[in-house]
Design a protein around this ligand. Structure first.
Ligand SMILES: [Zn+2]
Ligand SMILES: [Zn+2]
Length: 117
């Protein structure tokens, strides 16, 4: 069977609004209020759902950094393709970790065990 491909664009408007509201209409990582987007904490490719618990509000910049497609200025520009690949990989890992911590803390405050599946 062919896997159904869905992206953040397929998330129902009501779910998006609920996630933005939960996160206080700010980026979960840098508190920016501009250019907000919805990101999957656990990518759909590894079983992450479209449930509110698996979604987080990020600004466009943090979102691109979380996907390793945008390199923050604080990093030295990579000089080789290997350096670039390594920087992207470590960025993705660091952002994923920060997002998981943010969500787990958020739900822990409500006495809920965070489960993104
Ligand atoms: Zn941000
Ligand atoms: Zn994303």
């Amino acid at each position: 069977m062919k896997a159904k491909i869905t992206t953040a664009a397929n998330i129902p408007a009501a779910t998006r609004r609920a996630v933005y509201r939960r996160d206080g209409y700010r980026c979960a990582l840098c508190d920016d209020v501009r250019g907000l987007q919805i990101h999957h904490a656990m990518p759909r490719s590894v079983g992450g759902s479209d449930d509110e618990m698996n979604l987080v509000t990020l600004c466009w910049r943090c979102h691109a950094e979380a996907h390793g497609t945008f390199l923050p200025e604080r990093h030295r520009a990579p000089r080789t393709p290997e350096e670039l690949a390594e920087l992207r990989r470590s960025l993705k890992e660091a952002y994923a970790q920060n997002i998981v911590e943010y969500l787990a803390d958020l739900y822990a405050e409500e006495g809920v065990i965070w489960c993104p599946f």
